[in-house]
Ligand binder design. Structure first.
Ligand SMILES: *Cc1c(COP(=O)(O)O)cnc(C)c1O
Length: 358
C-alpha cells in the first residue's frame, strides 16, 4: 500500500460553486480561473466541474493545451498574454485569447502575421503590476486593433482591495480604481471583477467576472465563512494516523521540543508533512478533524509527518483518517494561524500527494 495521504476533489462542490458564481455574475461572462493547476485542484477536475463556465482563465500555453486535451472547447483567457513570439503563435493555434499588458507585446504582434487573434487589453488602474495607464488606453486599444488579424475584445483590470469596503481608505480602493476606468468605460467593454468583487461589490459591473478562489469553495474574505457565502469547499486533504503513543506530562514532542505535554497525553502521528504542502510554520493548537472531533496540532510539523494531541479523542486509532483541511477544517483559518491566505495553502499541495475526485 502507498503512503496514506490524499487529496480528494469534490466535483459536485465545484459545480455547486459555479452555479453560485453564475448568480453573482448577473449576466456577465463567467471565467473560471484555473491557474496554478486549478488552485491545486487539478486542471482536468476543473474542466469537468466548471463545464458550465463560459471560459477558463489561465497563465500559459501548456495549461491551454492540457485544457484542450481534456475536452475544453469553449473560450480560453490567458491572464498574462504570451511570453514570446512562438507562444503567441501557439495561443492563436489553440484559439486562446491573450491579455496584452505591455508595449513589447504590441511590437511582437506587429512583427508576426496573425489571421484571427482575439485579445484583451490590460489597464493598470492602481495595482501597478501589469497594464497600460488609463490615459494611454484609447490610443493603445486603437493601435492594437489596427494590427491585421488582431481584434480587441475588451479592456481588463484587476482590483487590489476587492475584499475591502468600496471606498476604503486605500490608494487603490475599488471606488478609486473604478474612477480611473471611467473614461475607458465610455468606449470599451470592461472585465474587472475577481471572486471578492463578484460576490461583494455590486458597484463593479462590466462584461465579465473572473472567479478563482470562490469557485473552489473558499471565501475570499478571512472573516466571512464559505457557508455564509453559499460556497462548498471542494478540496479535502487528509492522511491517516500511522502511529500512536502515550507521553508523560513534561515530555516534549518533535523537533525543537516546541510542544510539551501539560498532562499525560495520547499523541498520534499523521502521514502528512511540510513536503506535502502542510506549512511548517503552523503553530501548536491548529485544528485537524479526526473521528468526528477537532484535535490540536502538537509539535513542529516535520517533512513527512505531523503530530496531534488525541487525548480527548479516544476513538482515534491506527488508520483513522485525519482531515487536515476540507469540509470541517477551514483552510482560511489555518492560513491565518500561520500568517498567509488560503490561496497559498491550496496551491502549495505537493505533487507527491495523489489527487482523486469523487
Ligand atoms: C487570479 C486572478 C483572478 C482570480 O482571483 P480570485 O481572487 O481567486 O477570484 C482574477 N483575475 C486575475 C487577473 C487573476 O490573476
Amino acid at each position: 500500500m502507498s503512503r496514506p495521504i490524499s487529496v480528494v476533489i469534490h466535483i459536485d462542490a465545484l459545480r455547486h460553486n459555479l452555479a453560485r458564481l453564475r448568480e453573482a455574475a448577473r449576466g456577465r461572462t463567467l471565467w473560471a480561473v484555473v491557474k496554478a493547476n486549478a488552485y491545486g485542484h487539478g486542471l482536468e477536475n476543473a474542466v469537468c466541474g466548471f463545464a458550465e463556465a463560459d471560459g477558463l482563465a489561465m497563465l500559459d500555453a501548456s495549461e491551454a493545451r492540457r485544457a484542450r486535451a481534456a475536452g475544453w472547447k469553449k473560450r480560453l483567457l490567458m491572464l498574462e498574454g504570451f511570453f514570446d513570439a512562438a507562444d503567441a503563435h501557439e495561443l492563436e493555434r489553440l484559439g486562446a485569447e491573450p491579455v496584452i499588458h505591455s508595449r513589447w507585446q504590441i511590437e511582437l504582434l506587429k512583427s508576426a502575421p496573425h489571421s484571427n487573434l482575439k485579445v484583451h487589453v490590460k489597464i493598470n488602474s492602481g495595482m501597478n503590476r501589469l497594464g497600460f495607464m488609463p490615459e494611454e488606453a484609447c490610443g493603445v486599444i486603437n493601435e492594437i486593433g489596427s494590427i491585421p488579424g488582431v481584434e480587441v475584445l475588451d479592456a481588463v483590470t484587476h482590483f487590489a482591495n476587492a475584499e475591502r469596503p468600496f471606498g476604503c481608505d486605500s490608494a487603490a480602493s475599488v471606488s478609486e480604481q473604478l474612477k480611473r476606468m471611467q473614461s475607458i468605460a465610455a468606449t470599451e467593454e470592461l472585465c474587472m471583477a475577481n471572486s471578492a468583487a463578484g460576490l461583494l461589490q455590486p458597484d463593479v459591473k462590466g462584461n465579465g467576472l473572473r472567479a478563482g478562489i470562490a469557485l473552489y469553495g473558499i471565501s475570499p474574505l478571512g472573516e466571512v465563512s464559505s457557508q455564509e457565502l453559499g460556497l462548498r469547499p471542494a478540496m479535502t486533504l487528509s492522511a491517516d494516523i500511522i502511529a500512536l503513543r502515550t507521553v508523560c506530562r513534561g515530555e516534549a514532542v518533535g523537533y525543537g521540543s516546541r510542544w510539551v505535554a501539560q498532562r499525560d497525553s495520547r499523541i498520534a502521528v499523521v502521514a502528512c508533512g511540510y513536503a506535502d504542502g502542510y506549512p511548517r510554520s503552523m503553530p501548536d493548537g491548529a485544528p485537524v478533524w479526526v473521528e468526528g472531533k477537532k484535535a490540536p496540532l502538537a509539535g513542529a510539523v516535520s517533512m513527512d509527518m505531523l503530530t496531534i494531541d488525541v487525548t480527548d479523542v479516544p476513538q482515534a486509532r491506527i488508520g483513522s483518517p485525519v482531515e487536515l483541511w476540507g469540509e470541517h477544517i477551514c483552510v482560511n483559518d489555518l492560513a491565518c494561524r500561520c500568517g498567509t491566505i488560503g490561496y497559498e495553502l491550496l496551491c502549495a499541495v505537493a505533487s507527491r500527494v495523489p489527487v482523486s475526485s469523487d
